[in-house]
Design a protein around this ligand. Structure first.
Ligand SMILES: Nc1ncnc2c1ncn2[C@@H]1O[C@H](COP(=O)(O)OP(=O)(O)OP(=O)(O)O)[C@@H](O)[C@H]1O
Length: 226
């Protein structure tokens, strides 16, 4: 589980987050929504340890990890998939996966979640579509066997006809029960279907939060229309 408690953080003298509190329970899935520039990526960077807090604390499985580097948080079960479908373009899909582990069983296990990648193992990552590269990026992170997975806008820049495929993969992950998920996502309908609760971030503050599910769409749209 992840808890961000009363966090204020920013860049230089500019504070982006103001006393943000958010918890992802064990096995739970929380969506963070908000307009461009609201501070969503900044919040994820604080959770991962890429940006220090100005005040407040970050807890992972109940332990205070505020002062820990990203690598130490990864060792404690945190997985982070940043924006932009990152992969090594000159390497094949399989080579990208084998950078994380060479254990074939673990790669096979992860490929069960991404059957679309099975036929692409010898293709260079630079030749994959955006949707395929996003699946590869998530697969690579899953190979580290995280208990807490953080995803930053996984459907961004993906062609509309394959967005549903990405959504299917993420919904399967949030339903696993042994994985907690924090998801930043612009597609409100999908984000609410895939998660059990949501919060809306506006100008670095959480202005609305509640249970997920399709019934929350109107509340989120209203919160984001302000
Ligand atoms: N490295 C940085 N240095 C200075 N300011 C930054 C930096 N990264 C982001 N910001 C600023 O912090 C604010 C929040 O940015 P952030 O990327 O967290 O927003 P976001 O909600 O994720 O937006 P988007 O949906 O566009 O990704 C913005 O005003 C942005 O310009």
């Amino acid at each position: 589980m992840l808890e961000v408690r009363d966090v204020t953080a920013g860049y230089g003298r500019t504070m982006v987050l103001e006393k943000v509190t958010l918890a992802v329970p064990p096995g739970g899935a929380v969506a963070v929504m908000g307009h461009n520039g609201a501070g969503k990526t900044t919040l994820l960077r604080v959770a991962v340890g890429l940006l220090p807090v100005r005040s407040g604390r970050v807890f992972l499985d109940g332990d205070d990890v505020t002062g820990l580097r990203p690598s130490a948080r990864v060792r404690r079960g945190l997985g982070y998939v940043p924006q932009g479908q990152q992969a090594f373009p000159q390497m094949t899909t399989l080579e990208n996966l084998r950078l994380i582990t060479t254990t074939r069983e673990r790669i096979d296990d992860v490929l069960d979640t991404f059957p679309a990648l099975r036929g692409l193992l010898s293709r260079r990552a630079g030749l994959l579509s955006g949707g395929q590269r996003q699946q590869l990026a998530i697969a690579r992170t899953l190979l580290t066997q995280p208990r807490m997975l953080i995803l930053d806008e996984p459907t961004e820049g993906i062609q509309p006809n394959v967005v549903a495929e990405i959504e299917g993969v993420i919904s399967a992950l949030t339903e696993r029960g042994d994985l907690s998920v924090l998801l930043v996502e612009q597609h409100v309908g999908f984000a609410l279907r895939a998660t059990s609760s949501y919060c809306v971030l506006e100008s670095g503050r959480i202005t609305s939060r509640g249970d997920g599910g399709p019934a929350a769409i109107d509340a989120v749209r209203a919160a984001m229309a302000v």
